[in-house]
Design a protein. Structure first.
Lengths: 343, 284
C-alpha cells in the first residue's frame, strides 16, 4: 500500500530551492510595477488565504493533526485586530496583540485536546464543533449590549472600518494597494521559508516522527504531547497572522471569516494542492480561488455544490493531491524514459 | 418554575437523542463519523414537507421520510463510503464534501427559503405550564427510537449479527457474515434515523437548506462524548448535555447553552478521552 504521507522535508533545501525563493522574492517585489491594481488586489487575498492554507498544510501534512478549526484562529485574529485597533488606535501593537490572543486560545484548546490524548478523529470533529459554535456565538452578538471597549460586535453584519496598518516609514499614511500586496506576499514567502527550514531542524524531524509513529517516539523518550501542542499553537499563530492580514485587506471583519464554508475551503485548498508538501497548499489555494471566482462570474449555480463535489472527487480519486500525484507521474515517466535509454 | 425547568431539560434531552442517534449508530458500528449527518436530517425534513404538501397525513410523511433517507444512505454507502473503509480521515473528508454538495444542491433546486408544513397542534396545560402538545410527540418519538433500536439489537438475529460485527468484524466475517452488507445496512439505518429526525423537526423548524447546521454541532459532541457504544453513550451524553443545555438556555440564551455544552464536553474529554462508554468493553 502507498504510504499516506511522503517523507519530504527532512533534508536541507538544495541550491536550486534557494535560487527559486530569491527569484520569487524579486518577482513579487517588482510585480506592482508591471501588474495592474485590480490583479494586485486579487493576488493579495490569494496570498493571505495561502498563508491560512500553509498553517493547515503544516499541521496536517507534517504533524498529522487534521484540525478543521484553523478558521477559528483566522477569525479570532481578524476580530482581535479590529477590536484592538479601533479601541487603541495603535495598529502595530494591535497586530501583535491580535496574534497573541488566538495563540493563547489555541494553547488552551490544544491543551485539553492533546493532553487528554483524544484520538485524531475526535480532535478533527471537536475543532469543527468549536468552529460551528464560535460562528453561532458571534452571529448572536447583534444587540447593542455586546460591546468591547467602544466597538460594537454587530453580529451578522461584522465590524466595518477596521483601521489600516500605519507603517512608520510611510508617515502613518494608510496602506496603499501596492504595500498591501508587498506585505501579503512577503508574509507568505517568509512563513513558507520559515516552515520549510523548521522541518529540517530537530523540532521538525520530531513532529514528523510523531506523525509516523506516536507510540515509538514516546518510547524513545520524547514527550509527544508537548511537541504536538507546539505544532498546534504555531499553526494557530500563522492562521491568526492570515486573519489580521485579511482584516487589513478588506478593512472589514464578519462572521463569514469562520463559517463552515470557509473551514471547508481551507481543507479543499490543502487537499487539492497536496498535503505532504508545503508548496502544495499555496498552489491549491491559487487554483481553487481562481475556480471559485470563475464560477462566481459565470454563475453556474452554487459554489458550495462545486466545492463539495471537488472535495469528494479528490478524496476518492487523488487523495494525495495534485502536486504529489504529478510528482509520481513525472517519476514514472522518467523511469520509463530512463529504462528505454538504457536498452 | 421547577416544572418548567424540568420540562425544558426533558425536551433538550429528547432533542439531542433525536438528532444524534443515527450518527451514533453509524459511529458505533462502523467507526465512521458521517459529517453529512446534518444534511441527512435536512433531506428528511424536505421529504416530509413534500409528502404533507402532496396530501399525506403527518405520520405517513414521517414514514416516507424515514424510508427515503434510509435508501439514500444505502446509495451513499455504495457510491462513496464503501471505497474508504479503513481510511477514517478520508471518510470524514468525503462525507464533508457530500455535506457541502447536498447543501448546494438543495439550495439550487429549492431555493434558500424555508418551507413549512401546515399542521396545527393544540396547547396543553400541565402542572401549571402551557406548552405545545407536539413537543410530547417529539419526546415520545425520540425515546421510541432508542427503544426500537435497542430491541432490534437485543432480540433479533440481524441485531445479533450487527453486534458481532461491531465487536470483531474479522471473526464475524470468518463465521460467514458479510461485513460489507452489515455496514451497508447500518449506514442505511443510521440515515433513516436522521431522516425521521428531520421529519419530526419540520413542524417546529420548517425545512431549509441549512437546517442541518443548527443541529450537527450538538449531535457531534453528543456522539463523541458518548463514546463507542451507540445506545448507552447517546442516552448518557444526551442526559448530561440536555440537562446543562436546558438549565443554561433557560437562564440565558440558547447560544449560551451551546457554548456551555461545548466547554463541558472538552473538559469531559480531557478526563475520559474515549468518551463516557470508552472503558466499557461490551454492551449496546
Amino acid at each position: 500500500m502507498e504510504p499516506e504521507f511522503s517523507f519530504t522535508g527532512g533534508q536541507a533545501p538544495r541550491w536550486w530551492w534557494w535560487a527559486l525563493i530569491v527569484t520569487a522574492a524579486i518577482v513579487l517585489a517588482a510585480a506592482p510595477y508591471f501588474v495592474d491594481i485590480a490583479l494586485q488586489f486579487d493576488l493579495s487575498i490569494i496570498f493571505i488565504f495561502a498563508l491560512l492554507a500553509l498553517s493547515m498544510g503544516f499541521l496536517w501534512g507534517y504533524a498529522g493533526i487534521l484540525s478543521f478549526g484553523q478558521t477559528i484562529f483566522f477569525g479570532l485574529g481578524g476580530y482581535s485586530y479590529a477590536i484592538l485597533a479601533l479601541n487603541t488606535g495603535m495598529s502595530s501593537l494591535s497586530m501583535l496583540g491580535a496574534i497573541l490572543i488566538p495563540v493563547a486560545v489555541s494553547a488552551l484548546l490544544g491543551y485539553f485536546m492533546i493532553y487528554g490524548r483524544i484520538s485524531d478523529i475526535y480532535l478533527s470533529v471537536i475543532t469543527l464543533v468549536v468552529t460551528l459554535i464560535f460562528e453561532k456565538s458571534i452571529r448572536s452578538t447583534s444587540g447593542p449590549e455586546f460591546v468591547i471597549g467602544s466597538v460594537r460586535l454587530n453580529g451578522q453584519n461584522g465590524i466595518p472600518g477596521v483601521p489600516s496598518l500605519n507603517l512608520p516609514w510611510e508617515d502613518g499614511a494608510p496602506l496603499s494597494i501596492e504595500s498591501m500586496f508587498h506585505i501579503a506576499a512577503g508574509c507568505m514567502l517568509v512563513v513558507y521559508v520559515g516552515l520549510r527550514l523548521l522541518l529540517t531542524m530537530r523540532f521538525g524531524r520530531i513532529i514528523v516522527g510523531i506523525r509516523e509513529n506516536d507510540r515509538r517516539m514516546e518510547l524513545l523518550g520524547y514527550d509527544t504531547r508537548r511537541y504536538k501542542l507546539a505544532a498546534f499553537v504555531l499553526a494557530a499563530g500563522v492562521a491568526a497572522l492570515s486573519g489580521v492580514l485579511y482584516a487589513l485587506w478588506g478593512s472589514f471583519v464578519a462572521p463569514e471569516m469562520f463559517n463552515l464554508n470557509q473551514a471547508a475551503q481551507v481543507v479543499i485548498w490543502v487537499i487539492v494542492g497536496g498535503r505532504s508538501t508545503l508548496i502544495g497548499p499555496i498552489v491549491g489555494t491559487g487554483l481553487v480561488q481562481y475556480l471559485s471566482n470563475w464560477l462566481g462570474t459565470v454563475s453556474v449555480g452554487q459554489v458550495t455544490l462545486v466545492l463539495g463535489a471537488v472535495l469528494m472527487l479528490f478524496v476518492l480519486v487523488f487523495p494525495r493531491g495534485l502536486l504529489p500525484t504529478l510528482g509520481d507521474l513525472l517519476g514514472l515517466l522518467r523511469r520509463r524514459l530512463g529504462g528505454k535509454g538504457g536498452q | 418554575m421547577i416544572a418548567t425547568t424540568l420540562y425544558l431539560i426533558v425536551y433538550s434531552i429528547a432533542l439531542l437523542v433525536l438528532v444524534s442517534l443515527g450518527l451514533a449508530v453509524i459511529f458505533g458500528i462502523m467507526k465512521v463519523i458521517n459529517l453529512a449527518h446534518g444534511e441527512f436530517i435536512m433531506l428528511g425534513a424536505y421529504s416530509c414537507v413534500f409528502c404533507v404538501n402532496a396530501g399525506a397525513p403527518l405520520w405517513l410523511a414521517f414514514a416516507c421520510a424515514t424510508i427515503a433517507v434510509g435508501l439514500f444512505g444505502v446509495v451513499v454507502e455504495r457510491l462513496v463510503i464503501r471505497f474508504l473503509y479503513g481510511r477514517i480521515v478520508d471518510t470524514l473528508l468525503a462525507s464533508w464534501g457530500l455535506s457541502l454538495f447536498l447543501v448546494g444542491l438543495v439550495t439550487t433546486v429549492f431555493g434558500p427559503r424555508s418551507w413549512s408544513v401546515p399542521v396545527s397542534f393544540g396547547n396543553v396545560t400541565f402542572a401549571g405550564i402551557n406548552f405545545s402538545s407536539y413537543n410530547f410527540v417529539l419526546i415520545s418519538i425520540a425515546f421510541a427510537m432508542v427503544a426500537i433500536t435497542w430491541a432490534i439489537a437485543r432480540f433479533t438475529t440481524v441485531g445479533l449479527i450487527v453486534r458481532g460485527t461491531m465487536q470483531e468484524a474479522t471473526i464475524a466475517s470468518a463465521l460467514g457474515v458479510n461485513p460489507g452488507l452489515v455496514y451497508m445496512g447500518t449506514f442505511g439505518y443510521g440515515a433513516a434515523l436522521a431522516g425521521l429526525a428531520g421529519a419530526v423537526l419540520v413542524p417546529i423548524t420548517g425545512a431549509s437548506p441549512t437546517l442541518g447546521l443548527f443541529f450537527v454541532a450538538k449531535a457531534f459532541i453528543t456522539v463523541i462524548v458518548g463514546g463507542h457504544l451507540p445506545l448507552i453513550g447517546t442516552v448518557a451524553a444526551s442526559g448530561l448535555f440536555g440537562t446543562i443545555d436546558g438549565f443554561v438556555s433557560y437562564a440565558w440564551s440558547s447560544v449560551a447553552g451551546e457554548v456551555g455544552v461545548l466547554i463541558v464536553a472538552v473538559v469531559v474529554l480531557r478526563l475520559l478521552p474515549l468518551g463516557i462508554t470508552g472503558r466499557m468493553r461490551s454492551g449496546l
